[in-house]
Design a protein around this ligand. Sequence first.
Ligand code: NAP
Length: 370
Amino acid sequence: MSNSPSPLWGGSGRGSLRVGVLGATGIAGQQVLAALERHPWFTVAAVGASQNSAGKLLGHALRDPSGGSRWFADGRLDPSLLSLPCLTDAQLLAQPVDLVFSAVSKEVAQVWEPQFAERVPVISTASAFRYEPDVPILIPGINDAHAEALHDQRRRRGWRGFIAPIPNCTTTGLVVSLKPLHDAFGVRTVMMTSLQAVSGAGRQGGVLALDVIDNVIPFIPGEEEKVERETKKILGPWDEPASFAVSCTCTRVNVKDGHLETVFVGTERPADAAAATAAMEAFGIDGLKGLPSAPERLLRVEHDPFRPQPRRDRDAGDGMTVTVGRIRDEPALKGVKYVVLSHNTKLGAGKGAVLLAEWLTREGYIVSPA
Ligand SMILES: NC(=O)c1ccc[n+]([C@@H]2O[C@H](COP(=O)([O-])OP(=O)(O)OC[C@H]3O[C@@H](n4cnc5c(N)ncnc54)[C@H](OP(=O)(O)O)[C@@H]3O)[C@@H](O)[C@H]2O)c1
């Protein structure tokens, strides 16, 4: 897609883009802010959150009533961002921004994302629009051709902007690991069991420590359906889901960050562990080179049979590299099986959303009006 289509929105393409962050106080929103600190292309101009936070400075909104910090991402947030006022949705909508990151629940996104998209591009971590027929679910380097659909979306809806969601955080690691296998051997069947981190539930819905410590919760409402549907939408050609079957069991485990998944893949053409390892190791992301948030590798293979582990491997590539290990022959499905780990709040949420915005900017889908 280096022959960029004409810009969907905006003017000459010069200058830093002014960014609004909706849901800035949440776990995904905080990771958006962390990824945007000192960003060379984007400047955080305004932040929004719920009525509980509106009217407070972001630094105050990031404290709970006892005064304890609700800052979840690494390091400390720049004081210039902490002093931004938290706006209501309507106030944020009135701000002169060029681009909005939406990191709110599906219900809030359903109402507000279209209102923002009428004016500017919206990069979303929420599921509200992922399954609409004119909305691509994008991972740069995986299904770049689907971005073309943003032109139709804008035209059909009469918007100046568009809604571009990233996938569910459990889908991301699975899809990145399947992509080289699908290209090389054709995926026929996928069976996956996830062991998902607590941060994936966010703060608002959340998982009580009391429920998850010393425990595994064997059900995450709606998650299995999302992963099954999104995997097929992303890896199929645009407007036609991939024809392979995906079957998942999603569980919540006592881990802070990093979703681990055991994956069993049946393939159309013969694949064994050595060939699958070679395909994954050869998987490059030349199209992401030069993007500020791009890792050196989107996918890496660990040969130590005790890896990947959430604590040791989730921060590979600053949380933007997916790690696969334990690649073995799979006799039951006739293919391969492996374990995959990805960072749910970085690649799977905040920094992944920023990477998508960078890619869409470089490809001409988002353009500064300056
Ligand atoms: N956590 C992850 O790993 C992850 C990964 C991928 C995608 N996601 C998706 O990202 C979205 C946010 O998840 P999260 O984990 O960050 O949730 P969260 O920690 O519960 O944060 C929710 C955010 O939404 C804000 N909010 C609530 N009601 C609002 C309203 N009416 N208007 C504007 N803002 C409102 C909250 O503000 P207050 O602080 O003022 O309440 C908070 O900033 C969800 O759609 C989730 O599915 C999450």
